[in-house]
Design a protein around this ligand. Structure first.
Ligand code: SF4
Length: 67
């Protein structure tokens, strides 16, 4: 069961390109790894992300899963 911090970012929470980055104040930010190679993607996209052409499901996670 994901924590609340892992379920508020929309599509990114099920995307293999997401990396969760905690800060020193206890917040967790959703970083898009695609931004490293493709300037079309923002390093920290505004969440929740509802639509993204770069979305790819994480291994073992069915596409379109929102839980
Ligand atoms: S590719 Fe799209 S859905 Fe995946 S982490 Fe980046 S912004 Fe989120």
């Amino acid at each position: 069961m994901p924590s609340a911090a892992e379920t508020r970012n929309g599509l990114c929470d099920g995307c293999r390109h997401q990396r969760l980055v905690p800060n020193t104040r206890g917040s967790v930010f959703s970083l898009c790894e695609r931004s490293r190679e493709d300037p079309a993607y923002r390093r920290y996209p505004p969440v929740p992300v509802l639509s993204c052409p770069g979305f790819e499901p994480r291994p073992g996670q069915p596409a379109g899963s929102s839980s």
